[in-house]
Design a protein around this ligand. Structure first.
Ligand code: PEP
Length: 249
């Protein structure tokens, strides 16, 4: 049985003082019916992994380099994340695609590198507002999925996060029908590549302004297996009700 997944992306937020949120979350959800992943900034992964080692929370990175090591100043490799205690890594978040000019091909190489290090790759994709308004959403999603997902994806090594760029950090969310359209499309496209059992094993997350107030409605949508949450993952008082809503979905 596929477990749903609530993933939090702290982005460039958090210091040692923030780590108490993880203990509060663990205390609130000691035996969750879903998987919970927190991706703090790289500076906190070692401490976060140590703090959560005996509980249900998993810790992830927010990006990795394609190479396992080498002359890449400022970068972090997938084996380093695994060594620090991470079990997953976000790949191709729209902020990486935009701010660091990450291409689909690079995202695919990073996913391969994550798999080699034993990490689950949470591969992010999504259309811009201009693309949606030009009725290009499904074409964009198809291109991103086809070119960002390497061969060899399984339910254990891959999660796909659909994150419309215009919904991230804006308070805007797509309609239920818009989310369902993309998630159903993703499932069908994965089935073309992996067959139905393979496609059904891969969790499809929705991301973009998920909050306690809209979580239950989003989790009721077909083919939504969880959420990737930015702002509302920073405080346990916001993330905990989202976790509870997913447990009840
Ligand atoms: C994100 O960063 O992946 C995200 C979905 O952010 P927010 O929840 O703040 O929109």
């Amino acid at each position: 049985m596929k477990r749903k997944l609530a993933a939090g992306n702290w982005k460039m937020n958090g210091t040692n003082a923030t780590l108490g949120e993880l203990q509060t979350l663990t205390a609130a959800h000691p035996d969750p019916r879903i998987d919970i992943l927190i991706c703090p900034p790289a500076t906190l992964i070692v401490q976060a992994a140590a703090l959560t080692a005996d509980g249900p929370l998993m810790i992830g990175g927010q990006d990795c380099h394609t190479a396992p090591s080498g002359a890449h100043t400022g970068d972090i490799s997938a084996p380093m994340l695994a060594d620090a205690g991470a079990s997953a890594v976000l790949i191709g978040h729209s902020e990486r695609r935009e701010n660091h000019h990450e291409t689909n091909a690079l995202v695919a190489d990073k996913a391969t590198s994550a798999w080699s290090a034993g990490l689950t790759a949470v591969i992010c994709l999504g259309e811009t507002l201009a693309q949606r308004e030009a009725a290009q959403t499904l074409d964009v999603i198809a291109t991103q999925l086809d070119a960002s997902l390497p061969g060899g994806a399984t339910g254990a090594n891959t999660v796909i996060a659909y994150e419309p760029v215009w919904a991230i950090g804006t308070g805007l969310t797509p309609t239920t029908a818009q989310i369902a359209e993309v998630h159903d499309f993703l499932r069908a496209r994965l089935a073309d590549r992996l067959g139905e059992p393979g496609a059904n094993a891969i969790r499809l997350l929705y991301g973009g302004s998920v909050k306690p107030a809209n979580a239950a409605k989003i989790f009721a949508i077909s083919n939504v297996d969880g959420a990737l949450v930015g702002g509302a993952s920073l405080k346990s008082s916001d993330f905990s009700p989202i976790i509870s809503a997913l447990e009840q979905a």
